[in-house]
Design a protein around this ligand. Structure first.
Ligand SMILES: NC(=O)c1ccc[n+]([C@@H]2O[C@H](COP(=O)([O-])OP(=O)(O)OC[C@H]3O[C@@H](n4cnc5c(N)ncnc54)[C@H](OP(=O)(O)O)[C@@H]3O)[C@@H](O)[C@H]2O)c1
Length: 226
């Protein structure tokens, strides 16, 4: 396989939507999946699978060595009760990409990271503060790496079909909602646009009037994520 794209987080959510878009247009896609991953949706696509865990540096290095990749797309997000992958996973991937000579790296994080903390309300910090800190460390590590990065930060996310009205902006005060399908389209746009290299974007859909539940002061079951 030559000039393929390696996606981490492709089993569901945004990563799966990215895999669908790339598969539909004939790009060679490798999906990095855990041994426990439900691969039902991925098996509908013509993607190659590589098994590992982003928190296991050896398997991440193995994935990079398994093909000739022109880009990495990292949409990995943690679940409650699992070790957080946001910083250590990103670090493993950045280190492996540098060692393998794969410069292009697209990372999905969240509005509220880094210089965008002022865009989110107090409830977001209360419930997701430690997650945002981990993601910030991941962003910083990538930005300092010398790789050709693009970072996309969504706010609240839906599972709705793509509206086609989502945008990306460098305005760090922008907060809002976006569907995973629209975010995936913006990810692929960045993959195709060299001018997006070195940029951090907030991604929102101005067509969604509702604020994200945490942003409008609601909590969610289970309390703050530690
Ligand atoms: N949920 C929101 O409203 C929201 C808001 C802002 C930002 N974000 C962030 O946006 C990104 C995309 O979120 P999403 O909701 O579309 O995706 P998601 O449904 O959270 O999917 C997460 C993906 O990461 C994979 N993953 C988790 N831990 C892993 C590990 N240790 N090694 C390898 N893969 C691992 C999962 O694989 P498995 O199938 O094996 O679990 C899955 O494919 C995430 O970074 C998320 O934190 C989410």
């Amino acid at each position: 396989m030559t000039d393929g794209v390696l996606i981490l987080g492709a089993s569901r959510g945004t990563g799966l939507e990215v895999a669908r878009l790339l598969d539909r247009r004939g790009d060679a896609v490798t999906a990095f999946v855990r041994p426990t991953t439900d691969m039902a949706a991925l098996l509908q696509l013509r993607v190659r699978l590589f098994r590992g865990d982003i928190l296991d540096a050896t398997s991440v290095q193995g994935a990079l060595a398994s093909g000739s990749f022109r880009a990495l797309i990292d949409t990995v997000g943690g679940r409650r009760g699992e070790p957080r992958p946001d910083y250590h996973g990103t670090r493993n991937l950045v280190d492996a990409a540098r060692a393998a000579g794969v410069p292009r790296f697209i990372l999905v994080t969240a509005i509220g990271c880094g210089d965008s903390r002022g865009a989110v309300g107090p409830r977001v910090i209360e419930f997701l503060g430690p997650v945002l800190e981990e993601k910030t460390l991941g962003e910083n590590y990538l930005m300092a790496s010398g790789l050709d990065y693009t970072i996309l930060r969504p706010g609240g996310m839906t599972h709705d079909p793509a509206s086609g009205t989502a945008i990306r902006t460098e305005d760090r005060q922008v907060m809002g909602m976006i569907s995973r399908a629209d975010l995936a389209r913006l990810v692929v746009d960045c993959l195709d646009e060299p001018l997006s290299i070195g940029k951090v974007f907030h991604t929102v859909d101005p067509g969604i009037r509702q604020e994200a539940p945490l942003q409008r002061g609601q909590g969610f079951p289970g309390g703050p994520v530690q």
